[in-house]
Design a protein around this ligand. Structure first.
Ligand code: AIR
Length: 416
């Protein structure tokens, strides 16, 4: 099993020895004294038109920056608040040119964009962040983990899968259960399976669509909770790290985010440091969401990085001095990053997922809006689907319990 990464969790031992740091493209024309202005109309191109693009647009708008949005279907949530809507697939180069023309920079809001799309934009002289290089380093989750591990991050053992035998060998080496995961395009737990033994392999292959979908297998990592950190990195390499948060998933989808994550200060510090180093290792520019696991013995394990604003950072809109979306805009435009300090001792975000299939309708809105202190966000998706992310609620408080009670009360009232 030459491809198996068989070292046990390296944890602390590897800290301080990160290798393979990619230098950012230092294209910093707007942060210097001489060029510290924007010219208007100022357009930011975004590949993807979902809620992340829409919230990026809200933040951009306050800086006088408007969005050009490209999505496969017309009428996406972000397109409806954008100055320019372009409809097309990622490799529709005429439409890509139409998106990028006249923009200050082009960014993305989901990592399913083709690397070739970013390469085409870069080759045609457009400013693109995150870069094609950065996206290429993270898009294949197996390669991402291998890269991060080689760079010194504490990453759980994993191996690519080409056959049933590969998984059986992993089981023999690491024991059962194992996690079988999609290498591309899986988020919110879509495309993952738990294997309790060899007889689970064939059904999991069928369910996950192997071999059409490439898979990798991962050693089972018992963890006590999930942590996440948003990190913003500017074109000049400046770093702004947000507070470490605790995330709670329900059916593999982010359900609650608690900020700051309660718990041992050393654990929190380690999580922040792993996240910062991960973004530096890939030469990231923009904001990045890093998901981590805390193990029962207080180790912190790297799970994955998203090269974009992230659900675990929605709390920053009201909960931090500068939101993840504003810092994303600042970073990709070459503007100075803003403070990531929290605006309250405790902030909690609760997601509101679709409870029916059909045209979207914000039932319960009046009751949700009547909850004092609840910041209600509805993404304006035209169709609801069971489990689809339709909105979220954030509340600030003196304690996590207080904030959570407020956020839950409003989220429970919403019926999207
Ligand atoms: N998204 C991207 N990667 C992960 C997530 N959650 C966001 C992006 C994308 C939207 O989810 O904003 O455009 C797609 O949501 P949906 O409900 O249409 O699948």
């Amino acid at each position: 099993m030459s491809d198996l990464l068989t070292t046990p969790f390296p944890g602390e031992k590897r800290r301080g020895s990160w290798r393979g740091i990619v230098k950012a493209q230092d294209n910093n024309e707007m942060t210097g004294e001489a060029g510290s202005g924007l010219t208007y109309p100022a357009l930011l191109g975004v590949l993807g038109g979902g809620q992340l693009a829409r919230m990026t647009g809200e933040a951009a708008s306050r800086l006088g920056v408007e969005l050009a949005v490209m999505e496969k279907e017309p009428g996406s949530p972000a397109a409806r608040i954008a100055a320019r809507e372009v409809v097309g697939g990622w490799l529709d180069f005429d439409q890509l040119a139409a998106l990028a023309e006249g923009t200050l920079a082009v960014t993305l809001e989901n990592e399913f964009v083709d690397v070739a799309t970013l390469e085409w934009l870069e080759a045609h002289g457009f400013v693109v962040y995150p870069t094609a290089r950065t996206l290429a380093l993270v898009q294949d989750k197996y390669e991402q983990k291998r890269f991060m591990r080689e760079a010194g991050a504490p990453v759980v053992d994993c191996a690519p899968v080409a056959s049933v035998e590969d998984v059986e060998r992993a089981g023999a080496a690491w024991g059962w259960p194992l996690a079988l995961k999609g290498r591309h395009g899986s988020y919110d737990g879509y495309g993952n399976a738990t294997l309790r033994g060899p007889s689970d392999i064939a059904p999991a292959f069928a369910r996950l669509g192997f071999p059409a979908r490439a898979l990798y297998v991962e050693r089972w990592a018992p963890f006590t909770r999930e942590l996440a950190v948003m990190v913003a990195r500017g074109r000049d390499g400046a770093i702004a790290v947000y507070p470490v948060v605790e995330t709670v998933q329900r059916d593999h989808i982010c359900h609650i985010v608690r900020a700051p994550a309660p718990g041992n200060a050393a654990v929190i510090e380690r999580a922040a440091s792993i996240a910062q180093r991960a973004v530096e290792a890939i030469g990231g520019v923009g904001v990045f969401g890093i998901e981590l696991f805390e193990s029962p013995d207080g180790e912190v394990l790297y799970n994955e990085i998203a090269p974009r604003p992230h659900n675990s950072g929605h709390y920053t809109i009201e909960g931090c001095v500068t939101s993840q979306f504003e810092n994303h805009v600042r970073a990709v435009l070459g503007l100075p990053l803003g403070a990531t300090t929290m605006t309250a001792p405790a902030v909690v975000m609760v997601n509101t997922l679709g409870v029916r299939n059909g045209p979207a309708e914000a039932r319960g809105m009046a009751r949700a809006l009547a909850v004092p202190g609840a910041h209600v966000h509805v993404y304006g998706k035209l169709a609801s689907r069971l489990g689809r992310k339709m909105g979220h609620v954030t509340a600030l408080g003196a304690t996590i319990e207080e904030a959570e009670a407020t956020a839950r009360a409003a989220a429970d009232a919403l019926d999207l």
